[in-house]
Design a protein around this ligand. Structure first.
Ligand code: NAG
Ligand code: NAG
Ligand code: ZN
Length: 481
């Protein structure tokens, strides 16, 4: 009897405990009706303070903002031959947004693709900023030793912004100093939001100006809280949570899979098939940086969630770096190892033409650069593509390519539409031609003109062929049409 009583008592007390426990759990929630509001508010306040304290403790072993600046400068001091450091703007608190450029010709405009990495978009996701400094140092230490690193440094202009949100970092929270989520602060393709320049955050403005200055072919921002490679679109027109493919869905899936496949275990995710997801399929967001890059920057951007734990203890950083290193390198190298690349010239004098490059069936056009007329078009391998170059005043040219597993070089030589005079005299010699024509000795002038025309022809051939020769070492298939 005594035995029965005590078990009954135990049973009752366990159940009461459980009831009590559930009640407390719910009480902490926002709209729990029956709980005294002031109690709930102070509870939340306490939670936030504890949360801050917890993150503050976790910050041991992480770089502070001034440590980060020192690390960037130390990197440049050590690796100045292949790097340049610069600031793209300032945070609300006036912290410089330091960026590193890594290339064998840093700061020089070349006919090469550019890639950017952005870390710490959300202040309480600091793994990216740590990894990016490790990446920069790894590239520096292994240049001319490791073939993949050498390929990257010699053929890509890699720009690294370790922290987009230093204020959020020092406040240990997601938003910036004005508590704005920077990954919701960009103009949106579907909704009229963030269009007011006067309220746009300085960190967002800095990124937008950066993209206007540098023509990035692709990029990735680093986040925490999950383990997945996320690709556009991030938002849907009707706000539904559903797969919303952008015109380059195939190329994005290819890039995202490249990242997850090279990662230690991202591709083994139970939650995300192959460790990748369409942004809107996961959960739609508006005003995000990724979609904006693709639409307005001509830049293929991924959002990489690189650790389930947003703020893991610092002693886990070396492991997380090891898990992501190959993926980061492979993603940057994909700008050299895949897609179709080339330059566009005019047939009259070999002038570079900033033509538009389009792919039949993909509603997305990129432009060759203004000065060098190089273009870099990412495409999923294993398909046939019809590539078209269009330039006002020139005949449009198209050609069909079969993308294998490696990159292709495809140069275009466009003919002016009017054949009766060169539309545009050769830039290099145009001054000379004008001088010659204005001399009274017409015979001499005519001879000189022919010589110049011949020189022009030679220059054009030389430019194009030396350019094609220079590419050989990449092992690409090259052709000019
Ligand atoms: C990946 O490995 C880490 C460390 O072993 C583990 O914590 C995590 O759950 C793994 N994730 C997946 C998707 O397998
Ligand atoms: C192509 O994309 C543009 C937006 O970039 C859109 O306005 C247009 O309707 C699209 N065209 C087709 C045929 O889908
Ligand atoms: Zn984030």
């Amino acid at each position: 009897m005594a035995h029965l009583n005590s078990s009954l008592l135990l049973f009752l007390s366990l159940n009461l405990l459980q009831l009590f426990h559930t009640a407390v759990g719910r009480g902490g929630q926002r709209d729990s009706g029956f709980v005294d509001k002031s109690y709930a508010a102070s509870g939340r306040h306490l939670f936030e303070e504890n949360h801050f304290q917890k993150l503050n403790n976790l910050a041991h072993g992480y770089m502070s903002n001034s440590d980060l600046e020192k690390a960037i400068k130390a990197f440049h001091g050590r690796c100045g031959r292949i790097s340049k450091i610069y600031s793209i703007g300032k945070s609300v608190f006036g912290v410089p947004l330091w960026a590193i450029e890594i290339s064998n010709k840093p700061g020089k405009e070349e006919a090469k693709p550019a890639f950017k990495f952005i870390g710490n978009v959300h202040g309480d996701e600091p793994v990216g900023r740590e990894l990016l400094l490790r990446l920069a140092n790894w590239l520096c230490d292994n240049y001319m030793k490791d073939p993949l690193v050498t390929l990257i440094v010699n053929n890509v202009h890699l720009h690294i912004l370790p922290s987009m949100n230093p204020d959020g970092y020092s406040l240990r929270r997601r938003g910036n100093a004005n508590n704005v989520d920077l990954n919701r602060d960009f103009p949106d393709q579907f909704f009229q939001m963030n269009d007011d320049l006067t309220v746009r955050q300085p960190e967002t403005k800095a990124i937008m100006n950066w993209i206007k200055k540098i023509r990035f072919t692709a990029s990735a921002s680093l986040h925490g809280g999950a383990l997945v490679a996320n690709y556009p679109w991030d938002g849907t027109q009707d706000k539904s949570k559903s797969y919303y493919a952008c015109p380059d869905d195939e190329a994005f899936k290819y890039m995202a899979k490249l990242y997850s496949g090279s990662h230690y275990n991202m591709s083994q995710s139970q939650e995300f098939k192959a460790g990748i997801t369409n942004g809107a399929y996961w959960y739609p967001i508006y005003g995000g940086m990724q979609d904006w890059n693709y639409i307005y920057g001509g830049c293929f951007e991924l959002t990489l969630e690189i650790s389930d734990n947003k703020w893991p203890p610092a002693n886990e950083l070396p492991t997380i770096w090891q898990y992501n290193k190959q993926s980061m390198l492979d993603l940057v190298a994909s700008l050299v190892k895949s897609g179709v690349h080339g330059r566009v010239y005019s047939s009259d004098c070999g002038e570079p033409l900033p033509a538009s490059i389009a792919i039949k069936g993909i509603n997305y056009t990129i432009k060759a650069s203004e000065r060098l007329a190089d273009y870099h078009r990412l495409l999923a391998p294993g398909h046939q593509y019809e590539v078209t170059a269009t330039m006002p005043g020139y005949k449009t040219r198209s050609t069909t390519i079969k993308m294998g597993e490696e990159a292709m070089t495809l140069d275009f030589i466009l003919e002016p539409t009017s054949s009766f005079l060169p539309r545009q005299p050769c830039k290099r010699s145009s001054m000379k031609i004008l001088e010659v024509i204005s001399t009274p000795h017409f015979q001499v002038a005519l001879t000189l003109f022919s010589v110049l025309a011949f020189l022009c022809f030679l220059i054009k051939r030389k430019i194009i062929f030396s350019h094609l020769r220079g590419r050989k070492y990449l092992g690409r298939r090259s052709s000019a049409v």
